[in-house]
Design a protein around this ligand. Structure first.
Ligand code: DAH
Length: 346
């Protein structure tokens, strides 16, 4: 009789569960307290025949131990669950957590965008992984033209050399965004295309395999070179100060005709000539020109009705001029000593 009772209790104890600390305590009271089920067995134990006492005593002790172990383990499981759901994380950095700063390229990019947005330009985006058609062909780069060499980039796939849409590459300039935009929109529009671009260059203090550009494009009826010049003068003065002068030198880009390179008066020596401007008084900051009619036509825009201007600048270049960063590599090294220099710049 008593042995059976012990067996049943053993099984019962083995399958106990509890959802919270209260329930564990209830179980402890039920089985292990003075008035609990196990102690109650003692009343019967007194009546057990002497030769059975040892055997049954051992069984009762086993039951007591099993109940104690089970209840302890239920309690432990509950505290583990509690600490897992608790959001106290002792490995976190103590307060105050230092605030980061904007990256210098972001600060300058935002400043460029802000100036042109005030002149009516809106942002347009394009893919960093693009095809030959949009990055070169639609922009009037003939397949065998040496201008392609100026922008040697990384080719990802060339499954069909004769099909420019099958030649997948990392864009070498954000001018590709212009072809994407022009082929899907009707003029007039004034767009600004900021973004990262890639070139196959050996990495040094003065060149990197990726950098950032902001390009602008305005297409409308009767857009003229004078408009371009005035917009760029306004930009230069906003960016580098009201005393800034600009000059345009003839240049070549496949997608503009005529094309020009723009210099600003050296804001370090005020145009007098110094080491920074190589004693010329001028520093180059961007390329620009009137959109070549071939580009407009390739994008489905009637070049008899519309004209446009475009320009493109390197964000690193402008940042170097503003903050005199001497080594391009510092922009992507993530050295917090360098980045902390710009905490107050924005
Ligand atoms: N895409 C040129 C480059 O990467 C820069 C440029 C020059 C962009 C003239 C233009 C432009 O839109 O009109 O060197």
């Amino acid at each position: 009789m008593l042995l059976e009772k012990i067996e049943t209790l053993l099984q019962e104890v083995g399958s106990l569960t509890a959802k919270n600390a209260d329930e564990v305590e209830q179980l402890r009271l039920k089985y292990l307290s003075k008035k609990g089920e196990i102690n109650a067995l003692m009343a019967d134990f007194r009546n057990v025949a002497a030769d059975q006492k040892k055997n049954i005593g051992i069984k009762i002790n086993e039951l007591k131990q099993a109940a104690t172990d089970k209840i302890n383990s239920l309690r432990e499981c509950l505290t583990q669950v509690e600490t897992q759901t608790d959001d106290l994380d002792l490995t976190r950095t103590a307060y105050p957590i230092p605030l980061g700063a904007r990256h210098p390229l972001t600060i300058v990019k935002n400043e460029i965008i802000d100036i042109f947005q005030r002149m009516g330009f809106v942002l347009a985006d394009g893919p960093e992984i693009d095809n030959d058609k949009h990055v070169f062909t639609m922009l009037n780069f003939a397949a065998d033209h040496p201008a392609r060499d100026m922008q040697d980039t990384f080719f990802i796939e060339q499954s069909n050399p004769d099909d420019v849409t099958k030649n997948i590459l990392l864009r070498s300039h954000t001018s590709g965004d212009q072809s994407h935009f022009m082929e899907t929109h009707k003029p007039p529009f004034r767009i600004l295309c900021p973004g990262r671009v890639y070139r196959n260059e050996a990495i040094s203090a003065r060149a990197h395999c990726f950098f950032h550009q902001v390009e602008g494009l305005y297409v409308d009826k009767n857009v003229s070179f004078t408009d371009l010049k005035q917009v760029l003068l306004t930009f230069a003065r906003e960016m580098f100060g009201p005393e800034t002068k600009i000059r345009l030198r003839p240049s070549y880009f496949p997608f503009t005709e005529p094309s020009a390179e723009m210099d600003i008066s050296c804001h370090i020596c005020g145009g007098e000539g110094c080491g920074f401007c190589k004693h010329t008084g001028w520093v180059e900051i961007l390329g620009c020109g009137m959109v070549d009619p071939n580009v407009l036509e390739a994008c489905g825009i009637d070049s008899n009705e519309y004209t446009g201007y475009a320009f493109g600048m390197g964000v690193e270049r402008i940042t170097n001029l503003k903050y005199r960063v001497s080594d391009l590599r510092m922009f992507s090294e993530n050295d917090t000593r360098f980045l902390n220099e710009f905490v107050s710049a924005h």
